[in-house]
Design a protein around this ligand. Structure first.
Ligand SMILES: [Fe+2]
Length: 84
């Protein structure tokens, strides 16, 4: 990962750690790797796509912990909107 992306990654870590539905650090690291592979095969601007991937689940930091872990269907729908 290039230097500017590492800086974004470091800034995103505290927000990703607040996500409790899964290990968002591990998940996001995997999505970054997948995007890097994709960018080797397809056209795309890494200066947009890599930061977008790093930040895509940071919104979970704003969702209350109890709602993140809920399996209640209506709560899950609410949570999916809240994390955006
Ligand atoms: Fe995700």
């Amino acid at each position: 990962m290039e230097g500017v992306f590492k800086k974004i990654w470091k800034l995103a870590i505290p927000y990703l750690k607040k996500g409790k539905r899964k290990d968002f650090l591990l998940h996001t690291a995997g999505v970054i790797k997948a995007m890097e592979l994709l960018l080797r095969q397809e056209k795309g601007d890494p200066n947009i796509l890599i930061p977008a991937v790093i930040l895509h689940d940071t919104g979970w930091s704003k969702v209350p912990r109890d709602l993140q872990r809920s399996n209640n269907k209506s709560k899950v729908e609410k949570v999916m909107k809240l994390h955006l």
